[in-house]
Design a protein around this ligand. Structure first.
Ligand SMILES: C[S@@+](CC[C@H](N)C(=O)[O-])C[C@H]1O[C@@H](n2cnc3c(N)ncnc32)[C@H](O)[C@@H]1O
Length: 265
């Protein structure tokens, strides 16, 4: 377990991402964000995108919004981890407004044509109540025709990636992901994994001690009910394999991610 012990501490995600921040980009270097974000935009375009103002919630080091800057979008972004935000700011300077904010208490940043929260950031909320608060906050940031898109890890993700060990050596660092979930994880399960890293050359810098990533699986029915209570109308649900291409219908046992598209009721 990491620095903040205890089952009920509300800062699991912040603690985990403060630790992983220096190597997050190396750990996720194999993800093709250009292609993935283009696929997500296609999904949104089916519902009609009304402008080019994006709010990226849980933006991490900026991978989920930097390609949008290149496409000419005006971007505001936020994340609960100050270290992730700092890295994002270093990359984009004045080109985007990047704030430290917890999506469970999301400030009113403005009126956006698209609000998104992607790469399983919502799974770090450990109750339906927390998810509902986050969704309501995202809704408050939608412009009149604005669309909200977020993804969630599926049972397949928890039964595989979160149940397996992976060691990646990249950019001079050995990174170890130890999934602790059951290969038979059930709907609504909490899935945990520990992440640690050490430089291949011990003189290159300090190691990152093991820190716990803790996620909650949200079944589709719970998500739809939470959207409704947050004042959102669900427009589309997709599933996605690791190729990043959204497909219908969502199949929790076949797809790695579920993608939800909604707008204010
Ligand atoms: C897997 S990373 C994805 C980051 C980025 N969206 C990307 O695609 O690279 C999940 C992010 O969610 C953030 N996060 C988790 N819980 C959060 C919360 N309550 N409020 C805001 N951000 C949160 C984490 O700090 C982390 O940066």
């Amino acid at each position: 377990m990491g620095r903040d012990e205890g089952e009920n501490q509300p800062r699991w995600a912040e603690v985990a991402y403060e630790a992983i921040a220096p190597v997050y980009d190396a750990f996720t270097a194999h993800h093709d964000y250009e292609a993935w974000l283009s696929s997500l935009l296609e999904v949104l375009e089916k519902q009609g995108i009304s402008g080019r103002r994006l709010l990226d919630v849980g933006c991490g080091t900026g991978k989920s919004f930097i390609p949008m800057l290149e496409k000419g979008w005006a971007v505001t972004a936020c994340d609960v981890s100050p270290s992730m935000v700092e890295i994002a700011r270093e990359k984009v300077g004045e080109r985007a407004a990047v704030a430290v904010a917890d999506m469970r208490e999301l400030p009113a940043f403005g009126e956006f044509d698209v609000v998104w929260c992607i790469d399983d950031a919502v799974n770090y909320l450990l109750s339906v109540d927390e998810m509902e608060r986050a969704l309501a906050g995202m809704r408050r940031n939608l412009g009149a025709e604005g669309l909200l898109l977020f993804d969630l890890n599926t049972l397949l993700a928890y039964r595989t990636f979160f149940a397996e060990e992976a060691v990646i050596e990249r950019e001079g660092v050995r990174m170890t992901w130890k999934g602790m979930a059951s290969p038979e994880a059930e709907p609504g399960a909490i899935a945990e994994a520990s992440f640690e890293a050490e430089p291949l050359d011990p003189a290159a810098g300090p190691a990152i001690p093991a820190e716990r990533h803790r996620e909650l699986h949200f079944p589709e029915a719970e998500v739809l009910a939470a959207l409704e209570r947050a004042g959102l109308e669900c427009l589309d649900v997709y599933g996605q394999h690791q190729d990043g291409i959204p497909r219908q219908p969502l199949d929790e046992a076949q797809h790695f991610k579920a993608i939800y598209v909604s707008r204010a009721k």
